[in-house]
Ligand binder design. Structure first.
Ligand SMILES: [Ca+2]
Ligand SMILES: [Ca+2]
Ligand SMILES: [Ca+2]
Ligand SMILES: [Ca+2]
Length: 475
C-alpha cells in the first residue's frame, strides 16, 4: 500500500473533515501563471474625423480575462497624476481586419491598453490589485478606448511582458506637447482628453478600408493579453467576426454587431491553406500563413500573411525563393497604418525580385521626417504580401529578417511558392548533372529545351547560365 492509498484509507475510515484538504495540499504541484482571454464583444465606435464614406473612425472593443492558473496575477494600476508609475499589470491589444478577395488584411489597431483594478468576478476575491485564481476581469469598449490607459506598443517587451515606466508616454506626456524629457518616473500623462485629437491611440480605420471588404460581414476584431510570466500565450488571443452597418448619413456612425461566438486563437490561424509558427521560436512567436488561389490555366495568386504574436525583435523584411524561372506580376502589400508610434516610419514596404527570390522590406527610416526606426512588424500586427505567377506551387521556406539585435538569425517557415529554375530542364526542382547532360546532348543545335536565352542556338552562353545556377534548388 503506497502513501497516498494509505491516506485515502484513513480518510474513508474517518469519513470526516481534514482529509480532503491535506490531499489537495500534497498534490498542488508547481506554480502555474496562466491568464486566458475569455470574452471579446462590443466593437464600439468612439469618434470620427471627416464625413462618411471618406472619413476615419476610432473605436474600442470589450475584452475579458480569466485566471486559469493557480497563482494570483498582478493587476496594479499604472498610477495617478504625480505619483510613481507602477508597471505590474497586463497589457491589452485591439485589432480590426477584413477579407478582401478572400485575402485577410489588417486595417486598424490601437495602442496598448494598460490594465488596472481587477474586478474579480465569479470568485471569492474582492476587486483589487490582482486577478485572483479562477477570477474574471472585464473592460468594456469605452474603457479600452480611454486614452488615459493607452500607451505605445513599442514600449512593451511582448516576450517578457516588461514595460519600463521611466521615460515612457505616461511619464513624459503626449508627443508634440510640452513634455518632461527624459522623465522622472512620476506620472505626468493621465487624461482621455486634450491634448489628444479625436482619434489618437484608439483602434483607427478608414471608412474606405471597411467598405473594401468583400462583404460587410467579412470583418473581424481581435483582442489579446500580454501578461508577464504567462506560461501559455496561445490562449491569450481571440477573434470574432463582425457585421458592419454603414452610417445612414455623412456624419453618423457605423454600428458593428458580433457574428458567431468568440474564437480563442489569433485570427491568422483561421485563414489560408496552412499556418505555421516560424522557427526557431525561442525569442517569440511569429505566425506565417499562405494561400494559393487559382486564377485560370497556369496562373495562380500567391498570398502570405505574417503575424507577430510576441517577438520583441520585430520583422523588417521577408524573402521567398521562387527560382530564376518565375516572373511575378501584380505584386501587392498591405499593412495597417499605425498610430504615431514615436520615431517609427509608416512607409509601405517595397518589393524586389532578384537572386532567385522575391523580397519585401521596410524602407530605411527617413531622418528628415523625424523617423528613427523602419516600419517593422511589431507584436500584435499582421502584414500581407501577394503576387501572381505562372507555374505550379512547390513548398519552400520563407525567410524573415529580424530588426532588433538578438541571438537567433533569420526565422523560417514553410510556404508554397511558384518556384522554378530557368535551367532546370527536366523540372525536378534542382539544377544538376542531369540538366547538364541534356544541354550537352543539344549542344550546337536549336534545342529544343536547353536554349535558355532564346537566341536560337544551344551554346556556351546557355552553358554559362546553367553553371551559374548549378546546384540551385527550390527547396
Ligand atoms: Ca495564457
Ligand atoms: Ca513624469
Ligand atoms: Ca533538374
Ligand atoms: Ca542560346
Amino acid at each position: 500500500m503506497n502513501q497516498r492509498t494509505a491516506k485515502l484509507m484513513i480518510c474513508i475510515a474517518s469519513l470526516l473533515i481534514g482529509c480532503a484538504v491535506s490531499v489537495v495540499a500534497q498534490d498542488r504541484g508547481p506554480v502555474i501563471l496562466d491568464v486566458e482571454i475569455s470574452d471579446l464583444d462590443q466593437f464600439g465606435v468612439a469618434t470620427r474625423v471627416g464625413d462618411f464614406p471618406t472619413g476615419r473612425v476610432s473605436a474600442g472593443l470589450l475584452t475579458e480575462s480569466h485566471n486559469v492558473g493557480n497563482i494570483n496575477v498582478d493587476w496594479f494600476s499604472a498610477g495617478t497624476f504625480g505619483q510613481p508609475i507602477d508597471n505590474r499589470h497586463p497589457f491589452i491589444g485591439q485589432n480590426i481586419y477584413r477579407l478582401r478577395e478572400g485575402r485577410l488584411e489588417q486595417i486598424g489597431l490601437a495602442w496598448i491598453k494598460h490594465g488596472f483594478l481587477s474586478v474579480n468576478d465569479m470568485c471569492a476575491d474582492d476587486p483589487g490589485e490582482f486577478l485572483g485564481v479562477g477570477c474574471f476581469d472585464v473592460y468594456g469598449s469605452f474603457t479600452n478606448s480611454n486614452r488615459q490607459h493607452l500607451g505605445p506598443r513599442s514600449e512593451i517587451n511582448p516576450l517578457t511582458g516588461y514595460w519600463e515606466p521611466l521615460g515612457s508616454h505616461f511619464d513624459t506626456g503626449e508627443v508634440g506637447y510640452p513634455a518632461a524629457f527624459p522623465g522622472d518616473g512620476l506620472r505626468s500623462h493621465n487624461t482621455n482628453f486634450f491634448p489628444h485629437d479625436l482619434l489618437d491611440h484608439r483602434i483607427r480605420f478608414f471608412d474606405a478600408d471597411v467598405l473594401a471588404a468583400d462583404t460587410l460581414s467579412d470583418l473581424f476584431m481581435e483582442g489579446f493579453y500580454v501578461v508577464a510570466n504567462d506560461i501559455d500565450i496561445e490562449n491569450n488571443f481571440a477573434n470574432r467576426r463582425l457585421t458592419g452597418t454603414p452610417p445612414p448619413d455623412a456624419v453618423s456612425e457605423w454600428i458593428f454587431a458580433t457574428s458567431g461566438p468568440m474564437d480563442q486563437q489569433p485570427l491568422i490561424d483561421t485563414w489560408g491553406d496552412a499556418v505555421t509558427t516560424a522557427s526557431p521560436a525561442t525569442e517569440g512567436k511569429v505566425r506565417v500563413a499562405h494561400r494559393v488561389v487559382n486564377l485560370g490555366p497556369d496562373l495562380n495568386r500567391y498570398e502570405y500573411n505574417v503575424f507577430n504574436m510576441n517577438l520583441d525583435r520585430q520583422i523588417e523584411s521577408i524573402s521567398i525563393p521562387i527560382g530564376s524561372g518565375v516572373v511575378p506580376a501584380d505584386i501587392g502589400f498591405n499593412a495597417p497604418l499605425e498610430d504615431e508610434e514615436f520615431h517609427y516610419s509608416q512607409a509601405p514596404w517595397t518589393s524586389a525580385v532578384s537572386g532567385g527570390a522575391i523580397q519585401w522590406s521596410a524602407p530605411a527610416p527617413n531622418a528628415g521626417n523625424n523617423e528613427e526606426f523602419p516600419n517593422t512588424i511589431r507584436f500584435g500586427t499582421m502584414y500581407t504580401f501577394w503576387f501572381t505567377a505562372a507555374g505550379s506551387p512547390v513548398e519552400v521556406d520563407v525567410s524573415l529578417d529580424q530588426s532588433k539585435p538578438g541571438i537567433e538569425g533569420a526565422l523560417t517557415a514553410p510556404v508554397f511558392a511558384p518556384c522554378a529554375l530557368l535551367t532546370d530542364t527536366n523540372n525536378d526542382g534542382v539544377v544538376d548533372t542531369a540538366d547538364l547532360g541534356l544541354l550537352i546532348s543539344q549542344f550546337g543545335t536549336a534545342g529544343p529545351t536547353s536554349d535558355f536565352n532564346d537566341d536560337g542556338v544551344v551554346d556556351t552562353a546557355d552553358l554559362g547560365l546553367l553553371i551559374a545556377e548549378f546546384g540551385g534548388s527550390c527547396s
